[in-house]
Design a protein around this ligand. Structure first.
Ligand code: NAD
Length: 521
């Protein structure tokens, strides 16, 4: 049964459009959704049917300029509001998200193609980071540090940074904004968001809720603004020195363009880029649990998470058994409209994503890969909607295609004989986001988590690489970009640190014993 209340197995595009507009209205979105199409419009579509949902005006250079000017003005006041009072705005936002969770979750499903529980899960993640942010607003602490000079005190303070530009990817169309915006707003920064051009409607929904939260909290709504646009609008944020921190989530290709440009103007970047996540499976692993963990991480979200499992590195003694188990589990996965409650695998986002899927499979086969499951498009949903079978490919070695991130449900299987070999294979990719080991051997688990183990920002034991919670810092190394968002002390990226030394004595001793006294007489 569809969450839209439709009894049929597929929702018609007209039905989807009507429902989408009703959701937008309930969320409070009040913009023209039918701007005549031109090169200055962004077309919102649904990957469920491949049809268009709306046509929106794209921000041009003068919009970007005006938004940044407003963000700077709003910062002057917002940065002086006490942090716990700033937390009040986040509390209101969390309440509104709770109230509208079903609508916003459904919108995520419609526009990004996530299954219902994942759409709702994304909104839950927003609610969780709001709860975290409210607490954080009373915990922006600095250290007091022992000084070598008598009668002195040395301490750190954390001050708001300025305007934070947030550029986001299509596959987490709402949660990633909240990871950034909540921390930035609590920190006293103002936020300008440029969402993916593939998911503008969810961004409008979130922004409408934010504006309502600001009104309830009596806060200038300009503390968080939205720019609907494509990469041109993103580039304008990249190049503008009014943006103190540019937090960019997306492909490594995008990060490679963005990072040097921001560095050129001595701005700060926080990069959350592509992953190529693996699971090492050792002979002692609980294969039931391992299979479940792998299937969720590799086939869930149709392989379109930055943390999706793309490589299994399995001991050769259990490789065939594990692949048989995963292949069997794949047969029972229902592929179809993400709005149906029994669907587990929804569509790829668009035609280029499908082209990437096909190209990767061809390249893997050309490199000696053997397709063990899947590999085909599921044609039942119209020519503009791209549903594919989750795919398993056994590889003789870590060929070039395996070392690249393909944003689709393709799982490469590699075998190993010693744990050293497994870890070397694991780390021998350019990306470093998330990783896991399935084992019941304490020594193997600890080795994987140790300095000579996984080189990723996230390393798990007996759970797959995807499905992080907001309490930990999220991000990865190497070509994943090095950024950390969300929990732990990730808030420090959104603030500037001032080290203060106070002399409360009558003397002026210098550090390191330096003497600088004028000679008298
Ligand atoms: P993408 O790189 O195509 O686009 C991401 C965003 O960057 C969009 O808003 C786009 O308009 C903007 N953009 C692109 N080029 C730009 C430029 N030169 N200057 C400024 N902005 C630019 O990515 P996508 O296809 O939307 O998302 C999928 C990718 O994102 C995958 O590689 C995935 O691994 C990655 N991702 C990473 C994380 C993470 O936390 N590490 C999270 C989600 C997605």
């Amino acid at each position: 049964m569809s969450v839209l209340g439709d009894q049929s197995s597929t929702v018609s595009h007209d039905e989807l459009s009507v429902r989408t507009r009703a959701i937008l209205e309930r969320l409070g979105v009040d913009v023209d959704l039918d701007v005549p199409r031109s090169h200055e419009t962004i077309v919102a579509r649904s990957p469920i049917t491949g049809g268009n949902l709306a046509s929106l005006r794209a921000a041009d250079a003068s919009d970007v300029d005006a938004v940044l000017a407003d963000a700077r003005t709003a910062f002057a006041e917002w940065s002086t509001v006490p942090a716990p009072v700033r937390g009040g705005l986040i509390r209101e936002l969390g309440e509104l998200l709770r109230e509208h969770k079903d609508d916003l979750g459904a919108l995520v499903s419609i526009e990004a193609g996530k299954i219902v529980s994942e759409g709702l899960g994304e909104v839950q993640e927003m609610i969780d980071i709001c709860d975290f942010g409210v607490g954080l607003s009373r915990q922006l602490y600095g250290n007091t540090i022992a000084t070598e000079r008598p009668g002195h005190r040395m301490m750190e303070q954390w001050h708001p940074l300025g305007v934070v530009g947030v550029v986001t990817a299509f596959n987490f169309p709402v949660a990633v904004w909240s990871w950034n915006a909540v921390l930035a707003l609590v920190a006293g920064d103002t936020v300008v968001w440029k969402p993916s051009e593939k998911t503008p409607l969810t961004a409008l929904g979130v922004h409408a809720l934010f504006q309502r939260a600001a009104a309830k909290a009596g806060v200038d709504p300009k503390v968080a603004q939205l720019l609907i646009g494509d990469r041109v609008a993103g580039q304008a944020l990249v190049d503008d020195s009014r943006v103190a921190l540019l937090s960019a989530t997306g492909s490594t290709r995008m990060g490679r363009e963005v990072a040097p440009r921001v560095a050129q103007r001595f701005g700060r970047v926080l990069l959350e880029l592509g992953g190529n996540n693996a699971a090492v499976v050792t002979p002692s692993a609980d294969l039931d649990l391992t299979t479940r963990g792998i299937v969720f991480s590799a086939a869930g979200t149709a392989g379109q998470r930055c943390t999706s499992l793309r490589r299994v590195i399995v001991h050769s003694s259990i490789a065939d058994e594990l692949v048989d188990r995963i292949a069997q589990a794949y047969e029972s996965l229902s592929i179809g409209s993400p709005l149906e409650s029994d669907t587990l695998v929804g569509p790829l986002i668009d035609a280029p994503a499908f082209a990437g899927f096909k190209k990767a499979i061809d390249a893997a086969v050309a490199s000696g890969g053997e397709i063990r499951a899947g590999g085909q498009r599921v044609d039942d949903f119209g020519e503009n909607a791209y549903y594919v079978q989750p795919t398993i490919i056994s590889m003789p070695d870590q060929a070039d295609i395996v070392r690249h991130e393909t944003f689709a449900p393709i799982l490469y299987v590699l075998t190993y004989d010693t744990l050293d070999e497994a870890i070397a294979l694991h780390n021998d990719v350019p990306q470093g986001l998330s990783s896991s080991i399935f084992t019941t051997d304490l020594r193997e688990a600890e080795r994987f988590l140790s300095v000579t183990g996984s080189d990723c920002g996230i390393a798990n034991v007996n759970i797959g690489p995807s499905g992080a919670e907001i309490g930990g810092a999220f991000g990865g190394e190497k070509e994943t970009g090095g950024g950390r968002e969300s929990g732990s002390d990730a808030w420090k990226s959104y603030m500037r640190r001032a080290t203060n030394t106070v002399n409360y004595s009558n003397e002026l001793p210098l550090a390191q014993g330096v003497r600088f006294a004028p000679v008298h007489g």
